[in-house]
Design a protein around this ligand. Structure first.
Ligand SMILES: [Zn+2]
Length: 249
């Protein structure tokens, strides 16, 4: 059997069938991390039987392959064209690049980014990817600054050792870290963090606030984390799972 095709709604999934001896009479479907689909079938299964088994799970399979393809796409370097996915507060938004018109100019519109009708609209004079990247970075940074300051203020009420004295916060784009805390007590946060869900942002801020009391990852530090955010382990896992995509710009 050569490559087979499943059509489901608008979606098409191609899969290879691998005949296996010694499997217990069931057809099993595997989606590899690169999006390739392999269907294991018992040696005596006919093509119709295999097709029927795949069709039965079509909805799951199409959804799963789409997710894997999205992830692959999200890990590619950004090209800053309309339709590309970008993230904000844990949600996916499609980019819409609009060239600045004469009317825009007359109305005093400046190049910039707006979150509007579920899209990240960029109004720009140039479609050069470096220009677009800069406009988006600026937008993310502004939103990060405002949100991080507000959350820090709110979360500090659950970390009594701060005693109303909020630490200075700096933004710094980092490749691998979400935040850090200096021995002198200032906090650094990665503006890319504003692309993560709100609970993940809170987790990073609370982590750094705990470092103001415990400047290490000792038992006491983790006890403090358990106290201020009892479910932090799950939140951290959620952030770790997304890190590669969110740090990719
Ligand atoms: Zn730490």
């Amino acid at each position: 059997m050569g490559p087979q095709t499943l059509r489901y709604g608008d979606a098409t999934v191609t899969y290879d069938v691998s005949k296996r001896s010694g499997i217990d009479g069931k057809v099993s479907i595997h989606v590899h991390p690169d999006g390739k689909v392999v269907v294991d079938a018992p040696e005596d299964a006919g093509p119709e039987e295999v097709r029927a088994a795949v069709r039965k799970r079509a909805r799951w399979l199409v959804g799963h392959v789409e997710k894997v393809r999205d992830r692959q796409r999200d890990l590619q370097p950004r090209t800053y064209v309309s339709g590309e996915s970008h993230f904000y507060l844990g949600r996916r938004y499609l980019l819409k690049i609009l060239s600045m018109t004469a009317a825009d100019r007359q109305a005093g519109t400046k190049p910039g980014v707006k979150l509007i009708r579920g899209q990240l609209q960029v109004i720009t004079i140039s479609r050069d990817s470096n220009v677009l990247k800069k406009l988006l970075r600026h937008w993310y940074r502004e939103h990060a600054r405002k949100l991080f300051e507000r959350r820090l203020q709110e979360l500090a009420s659950s970390t009594p050792w701060i005693r109303g004295q909020l630490p200075p916060v700096k933004l710094l784009t980092m490749k691998k870290h979400w935040g850090s805390c200096s021995p002198s007590g200032s906090i650094v946060l990665n503006p890319h963090l504003v692309k993560a869900p709100r609970n993940c942002i809170d987790y990073v801020i609370l982590h750094e606030l705990c470092h103001l009391k415990e400047h290490n990852h000792s038992q006491q530090f983790w006890r403090l984390m358990d106290r201020v955010m009892p479910g932090w382990r799950n939140v951290k896992r959620e952030l770790d799972d997304r890190a590669e995509i969110l740090l990719n710009d």
